[in-house]
Ligand binder design. Structure first.
Ligand code: ADP
Ligand code: AMP
Length: 228
């Protein structure tokens, strides 16, 4: 079993957390920020979708929950993240996307990091609900390389085809209307309370996510520069 204390590193490690409802643009911004900082983006949603594609026991357990828009149990997620953050590429830091999503996850995660929640830089991305619905209904996704598109905002160059790997794009099952309503409710009930948790414990920034991708990203870079 991995030793969680090994997750603690030098204090100049960058540990970034993205909070925000489904569709807020966490994945989009986390990917850009991770590339900018030269750190891995760790998306628990991507890890779970990969497990589903491989048909692993984790995938079999997670699939029906994800499809219905429910959360996967904390014990599973905490185990996944503990193992992932011990990988050598996370040694200099990491950008988390989609974790933590419950108070239990946040508390366990704080216990894995030297300095606890105070060592985290947290971006809470806010977007009005009508825009979230528009983004989620138009999101398209590559099951081969996990790239994300949007029918209006970020269409692929060739219809329904991934620019990066040429695979056929799909709509995620959980982006269909029935699941989306459930996911937004689950966010309000289980994840929104994390804002209060981090606001008082971490370096916490509200981000207006209802702006063009590049404008939001410039804001994140400015905040990082100010802290450097
Ligand atoms: P999340 O990871 O928070 O669920 P994504 O990053 O996958 O959100 O973004 C959801 C959808 O909205 C995607 O189709 C993405 O291309 C699009 N999107 C992301 N950020 C913006 C933005 N600032 N403006 C317009 N569309 C966006
Ligand atoms: P995402 O790609 O972040 O939108 O996640 C897709 C789905 O994966 C979520 O709706 C959950 O069912 C599951 N999931 C991802 N991350 C977590 C997490 N931290 N805790 C519980 N479930 C998660």
């Amino acid at each position: 079993m991995a030793d969680a204390s090994a997750l603690s590193g030098a204090d100049n490690r960058k540990r970034v957390v993205f909070l925000g409802p489904p569709g807020a643009g966490k994945g989009t911004q986390a990917e850009r920020l991770a590339a900018h900082l030269g750190l891995p983006r760790v998306s628990t949603g991507d890890i779970l979708r990969e497990a589903i594609a491989q048909g692993s026991p984790l995938g079999q357990q997670a699939a029906p929950l994800i499809e219905k828009g429910q959360l996967v149990p904390d014990e599973l997620l905490i185990g996944i993240i503990r193992e992932r953050l011990l990988a050598p590429d996370c040694a200099p830091g990491y950008v988390l996307d989609g974790f933590p999503r419950t108070l239990g996850q946040a508390e366990s995660f704080a216990g894995m990091v030297r300095g606890g929640a105070a060592a985290l830089l947290v971006f809470d991305v806010e977007v009005p609900r009508a825009e979230l619905l528009r983004r989620l209904s138009g999101r398209r996704w590559c099951p081969a390389c996990q790239a994300t598109y949007h029918l209006d905002n970020k269409p692929p160059r060739v219809d329904s085809t991934c620019d990066q790997c040429g695979a056929r794009l799909i709509q995620r099952e959980d982006d269909k209307e029935e699941s989306v309503a459930r996911r937004l409710d689950v966010y309000d009930q289980r994840t929104a309370p994390l804002r209060e948790y981090y606001e008082t414990r971490s370096r916490f920034h509200h981000i207006d996510g209802h702006r063009p991708v590049e404008t939001v990203f410039q804001d994140l870079r400015r905040i990082l520069q100010e802290r450097a």
